[in-house]
Design a protein around this ligand. Structure first.
Ligand code: 26W
Length: 853
């Protein structure tokens, strides 16, 4: 992979560009020149200093005068100006990292759901007020520029957002970390609704400029595909193998800043873009075959073109595997070639780096590191395997068997022939160990083999990750237990001590401080500063739950957040949030195991109670049900459920008999930016997945920390939330995981619940009667049919308990003082769910990468 490094002149610090650096003798950067040694300084932290920097950027960077500038010009200039304030920290962090060579984390993730960058950068540099004043002096409202930013939607949901929270925490905790991923040209699709149905639009997030990225084409890595392998005898007579690839692409790194919270540190997120090795074939072009001339370019660019919008069922598409190998190979080459010092002793690699595998998507990194160590670095297989086993750890984020990736040996052998050979050898040696331990227990061997024989010979990536990883963790206590007992029991038995748990967390910087400034102010006023980087200190809020005046202020914060949401949704989607309504919120990807259908059945039940005259509208607790959910484009049932929610919503919203006491709002295109507005306004957080299906959930944590009460099952991290906030401050319902097992084992007959529960029957009959579909009785046959015949996630079995719990919610909400007390205790007792605590657990149990400098 050696390649020649760029040798041109370098500008060192902004202020000093005036005095040109004298030409060094060897043409390289004159590292001893006093200017080269001077630490890069950031612009003056003052309103005037900022305004000068901003206008310079607007004029010289954006090339416009303030008077002629568009909002986008101003936003881009502002972003670049804020970058200047972070640059010194970034370069200093990199310099110190290179100097200390402290052990760090390389987080390998196919997804990063970063959200908008500007607000977080201003918070990290504590520049918000200076910038707001400076812009105001220029006649600009900072809110307009913040609203101009398009969030990088480089992820689907939980897994991608978790990666973003984790890199934020590691930077804030001063832990050396590089996040590696893919710079998709198109992120998660934009969702619009046409007649209540989801329609996907491409997410051209780069169209208006991407001011937060730093491309480094001169640090491109070459990544190969296809071809064949051949064995040869090397100069000292050793039998060696080489890979002869068929085609290559260039991986161009784009660096993003990951600023720590006011600690002077900035870590790096390096996302790879694919470009053709040969961008343009002039010979073919001159032969007049213009398409052919650029074919390799378009072909190569396809690799990082678009994010796969699935978040549970892999499609096994070749391009997906190309994406996974592309970013993994580029990242390993980058780390071994550019981050490590030239003469680094590779046997010491496990003391220098831990590659954390964010689910199975980057697991091809295991055979890739083996290939590099054995084929390119010439290490012996056993030495390479010891190193590899010490360098990887694997986090599993799912419990759905269909979400565990397997790649056919046919496809792997064609795309990555050398890697398949290496996987075969890893499996052979692993099964040898199994035989040594358990003798010729063929059933066990077949069960544990990394290679599955049926239905098609394929590689089980979760098994490969478990065999190679030093540690395997789930993302919540219950999940990790189910991983040990149900998903990977043979491996838990074979590798005592390898399985552990690290319960997920969320960054309080974005999801409390930035999203809920009102609450943050009230907290700081009450317990002082410091809680943002030590969230367990929220415990100090407990006594305030008994303070009536504090409760009133807490309610005012919530009411203000509701008014803000009303303003946002009115402007964004033309829908209004009714004052005085309880906001009952369910925002997450659309998936049957998350049971949005159960939420719909509750809404219809409430609706039926009124239209049947059983309950007077005036006696209803006024509620607005807010949904946010994208469905994978190929997931038909999920799209039908979205259609049903919108259909029920428009019927309920337009039925006078409800007197406006029930409202359904489903803003399209739920993303991080909308979450930051919806979650602080919520009263009730819906976490109603079937027990044993949601690995953890992280939305549940964000709601609790923003003073919403949870109605939920004992699933994922709900269990730990309930245990910490107290049963009395949590609306628990539904079967426990063992009860689900038992019911499924006994044979579940969903229609029997329909028969035996009149309210349930009436709710389902209402859907089938066409009430919500203009009389079309078959519009939702797919959903109704599935609920009555299959109902894989037992929504009907948990219906009665859910409705009962919802009635309790109504009763509880009537006592606002008691409700507020419970909400305050949820905030006070949820400090555990900071991603900083998750990082401490990873460091103690898996990484052993203490905060460096
Ligand atoms: C290959 C298709 C695919 C893509 C993404 C399969 C699986 C995934 C992700 C693992 C799905 C995901 O986002 N899982 C969620 O991860 C969160 C972070 O740990 C958890 O909080 C959620 O419970 C889990 O559903």
């Amino acid at each position: 992979m050696g390649r020649d490094r760029y040798r041109g002149p370098v500008a060192n610090s902004v202020e000093t560009t005036e005095t040109p650096a004298p030409e060094p003798a060897d043409g390289g950067p004159n590292r001893s020149h006093p200017l080269a040694l001077a630490p890069v300084s950031s612009p003056p932290v003052s309103v005037d200093g900022f305004v000068r920097e901003f206008l310079r950027e607007l004029n010289f960077g954006q090339g416009v005068a303030l008077s002629a500038s568009t909002v986008n010009d101003q936003y881009l200039a502002l972003a670049r100006t804020v970058r200047h304030y972070l640059m010194a920290r970034w370069l200093e962090t990199m310099r110190r990292q290179k100097e200390t060579q402290a052990k760090g984390v390389a987080y390998l993730s196919a997804e990063y759901l970063l959200g908008r960058q500007l607000g977080n950068a201003l918070l990290a540099t504590d520049l918000t007020d200076i910038v707001a004043d400076g812009l105001a002096q220029c006649g600009i409202d900072i809110a307009d520029l913040r609203a101009q930013e398009v969030e990088p939607g480089l992820g689907n949901g939980g897994l991608g957002r978790l990666a973003a929270c984790f890199v934020d925490s590691l930077a804030t905790m001063s832990v050396p970390c590089i996040g590696y991923g893919i710079r998709y040209e198109f992120g998660i699709f934009r969702q619009t609704f046409v007649d209540g149905r989801q329609v996907e639009q491409p997410d051209s997030w780069l169209a208006l400029g991407a001011p937060w990225e730093f491309p480094h084409p001169d640090s491109a890595q070459e990544v190969s595909f296809g071809g064949h392998t051949e064995t040869y005898t090397d100069s000292d007579g050793a039998e060696r193998t080489r890979w002869v690839p068929a085609w290559t692409v260039q991986a161009v790194p784009y660096n993003y800043m990951v600023p720590g919270y006011q600690n002077g540190r900035v870590n790096t997120l390096r996302l790879w873009r694919s470009v053709a090795t040969e961008r343009f074939d002039l010979r073919i072009f001159n032969s007049g075959d213009y398409e052919e001339a650029v074919r390799s370019q378009t072909f190569a660019e396809n690799i990082s073109k678009v994010l796969y919008p699935e978040d549970s069922t892999p499609q096994g598409k070749e391009l997906r595997l190309q994406q996974q190998y592309f970013f993994v190979a580029a990242s390993i080459a980058d780390f071994l070639e550019d981050v490590l010092p030239e003469d680094f002793d590779l046997t010491k690699l496990p003391e220098r780096i831990i590659f954390q595998l964010n689910d199975t998507h980057p697991v091809i990194a295991v055979p890739e590191l083996m290939r590099v160590l054995v084929d390119e670095k010439g290490l012996a297989w056993d030495t390479a395997w010891e190193i590899t086993k010490g360098c990887f750890a694997y986090t599993c984020h799912t419990l759905l068997p269909e979400a565990l990736e397997v790649w056919s040996v046919e496809l792997l052998g064609r795309l990555l022939p050398r890697h398949l050979e290496i996987i075969y050898r890893i499996n052979e040696e692993f099964l040898e160990e199994v035989r040594e331990r358990f003798g010729d227990d063929e059933l066990r061997i077949r069960r544990m083999s990394i290679i599955a024989e049926h239905p098609e010979r394929s590689v089980r990536m979760a098994y490969l990750a478990t065999v190679a990883g030093s540690k395997v963790n789930g993302v919540a206590e219950l999940h990790s237990q189910l991983l040990r007992d149900k998903v990977l029991p043979d491996f838990n038995e074979f590798y005592p001590g390898k399985f552990t748990n690290v319960t997920n967390g969320i960054t309080p910087r974005r999801f409390v401080r930035l999203a809920n400034p009102g609450l943050s102010e009230l907290i700081t006023e009450s317990i002082g500063v410091g809680w943002l980087t030590d969230l367990e200190r929220l415990r100090e809020l407990e006594p305030f739950a008994a303070d009536e005046e504090f409760r009133a202020r807490f309610r005012e914060v919530k009411a203000a957040n509701k008014r803000r949401l009303h303003a946002v949704l009115t402007e964004r989607d033309g829908v209004s949030v009714s004052d005085g309504h309880m906001l009952d919120v369910m925002v997450k990807r659309l998936h049957e195991y998350k049971r949005q259908t159960l939420k719909v059945l509750h809404i219809i039940t409430q609706y039926n109670r009124v239209v049947s005259g059983e309950v007077a509208a005036a006696d209803l607790t006024p509620r607005t049900f807010i949904f946010g959910a994208k469905a994978a484009p190929g997931y038909k049932m999920a799209k039908d459920i979205i259609h049903l929610i919108n259909a029920v919503g428009s019927t309920v919203n337009n039925d006078e008999r409800l007197e406006g006491r029930l409202k359904v709002i489903f803003p399209p295109n739920y993303n991080v930016t909308l979450a930051e507005k919806v979650i602080p306004a919520a009263d009730l957080s819906e976490q109603i997945s079937l027990a044993g299906k949601e690995a953890s959930g992280t939305g549940n944590m964000k709601f609790a920390l923003n003073g919403a009460l949870t109605i939920g099952t004992d699933d994922g991290a709900n269990v730990e939330i309930r245990q910490l906030v107290g049963d009395e401050n949590f609306f628990l319902f539904g079967m426990l995981e063992p009860e689900v097992e038992a019911l499924q084992a006994a044979g579940y007959v969903p229609s029997s619940y329909y028969e035996s529960n009149p309210e349930l029957r009436r709710a389902i009959d209402a859907i089938a009667s066409g009430v919500f579909s203009g009389g079309d009785r078959h519009m939702f046959d797919s959903v109704v049919g599935n609920l009555l015949q299959e109902d894989r996630f037992l929504a009907l079995a948990d219906y009665a308990a859910y409705i009962e719990a919802q009635d309790k919610v109504d009763a509880a909400y009537a006592d606002q003082e008691e409700w507020t007390r419970a909400a305050i205790l949820n905030v006070a007792r949820s400090g555990f769910f900071s991603s900083d605590r998750s990082m401490r657990d990873y460091i103690d149990r898996i990484w052993h990468t203490p905060p460096a400098f």
